[in-house]
Design a protein around this ligand. Structure first.
Ligand SMILES: *Cc1c(COP(=O)(O)O)cnc(C)c1O
Length: 381
């Protein structure tokens, strides 16, 4: 997937995954709605056969995402990010062991723990920002699951150091790159075996599709994951994948605005009297700032703040008018959520923590809404 390797990533988001330049051919790939494909005798090249195995609408998106991640092989789309996570976890042999951040995406941790409960594998949960702790847990590991910054604590890991140590220990390295996108970090470059995306978030970018993807340059691993997808049947619908490619075209602009907005809001929230603690790697005082600056091409669009109490956090979420009270992240619209409202959220996440997914609106409108809500809420300001 090196067709556009000489181009900058923001150009690749626009140029990759286009149909061939034949006279009168479309500039955008069409949505192909067909569950089955003509078979000719004798068969020529790669057979599509049936749309659970392969679909012409997947191809352009899978090529574009692979190009962005710097992968040698096309990506694999799945019906959701968690569907992709299940496929990635299937690479752990029966009786194997997975090291996973305690603050990785809740669904991924729950899935790993569910597999542990039915005896398929064992799980070691770690503080991924504590390098020596993670290194100490890698002995006997079959997989290291990396997510950095974590959700919603925004802890930053020493990803390259951990990936190298995991490889040396014989473990497969899976990186959930949903928060960063390939524009901010390319895990294959620092030794990851498999990159995971909840395409639902920044890549598709409009909160109108649920979709996942895996990316790898390892042919054997890709074949195993493709077989898993075919046999378990968690496949993506053509319309969802078409929407994701459409969303991907504006990824660079959306990330640029979202990150600029987030940095500006973080600076203002940091000195707001109602905010008792802020987590955003873009702030020089943040514990993850140095690592993020060294490893990432941006600080992302997610901010977590803590208020004085759980009631104050609930009141803030209720008082905003422009920000939308909803879970999820990475869309054009700004979302706000007190994370512990979700029953599955780990107890190590503070009750009064509010996660902000900063969208692409005008930053002054976002600030005015937040500021008004912060000062109107009881126990605040
Ligand atoms: C949302 C999310 C997932 C799960 O993806 P779905 O598309 O919701 O299944 C996995 N990892 C991260 C970091 C996420 O934010």
């Amino acid at each position: 997937m090196t067709q556009h390797a000489h181009l900058a990533p923001d150009t690749i988001t626009v140029a990759a995954g286009r149909p061939p330049r034949n006279h009168d051919s479309p500039v955008n790939p069409p949505i192909v709605l067909s569950s089955t494909f003509h078979e000719t005798a004798p068969p020529v090249g790669s057979d599509r056969i049936y749309a659970r195995m392969s679909n012409p609408t997947w191809d352009p998106f899978e090529e574009a995402l692979a190009e962005l991640e710097g992968a040698a092989l096309p990506a694999l789309t799945f019906a959701s990010g968690l569907g992709a996570a299940a496929a990635a976890l299937s690479l752990v042999p029966a009786g194997g062991m997975v090291v996973i951040p305690r603050h990785a995406y809740g669904g991924s941790v729950s899935l790993a723990l569910a597999e542990e409960a039915r005896g398929r594998l064992t799980v070691r949960q770690v503080d991924i920002a504590d390098t020596s702790q993670v290194l100490g847990q890698l002995d006997g590991a079959d997989m290291l699951w990396l997510e950095s910054p974590t959700n919603p604590m925004l802890e930053v890991a020493e990803t390259a150091v951990l990936a190298a140590a995991a490889k040396a220990a014989g473990a497969t390295v899976v990186v959930d790159n949903t928060f960063n996108t390939p524009l901010v970090s390319r895990p294959l470059d620092y030794g990851a075996d498999v990159v995971l995306h909840s395409v639902t978030k920044y890549l598709a970018g409009h909160s109108d599709v649920v979709l996942g993807a895996l990316v790898t340059s390892d042919a054997a691993m890709r074949a195993e994951l493709a077989t898993y997808r075919t046999l378990h049947g968690a496949i993506a619908g053509p319309f969802e994948v078409w929407l994701a490619l459409r969303g991907l075209r504006t990824l660079a602009l959306r990330m640029e605005r979202s990150q600029a907005n987030a940095l500006e809001l973080a600076r203002r929230l940091e000195v707001h009297p109602s905010v008792t603690r802020i987590r955003y790697p873009g702030l020089p005082n943040d514990p993850g700032h140095e690592r993020a600056t060294a490893q990432l091409k941006g600080y992302g669009g997610i901010i977590s703040i803590e208020l004085e109490s759980r009631d104050a956090a609930d009141a803030l979420v209720e008082a905003v008018r422009l920000w939308l009270p909803a879970t999820s992240l990475g869309g054009v619209e700004s979302l706000i959520e007190r994370r512990r409202r979700q029953p599955g959220e780990p107890k190590t996440v503070p009750e009064a923590l509010v996660r902000l997914s900063v969208g692409i609106e005008n930053v002054e409108d976002l600030w005015a809404d937040l500021e008004a809500a912060l000062s109107s809420a009881p126990n605040n300001g």
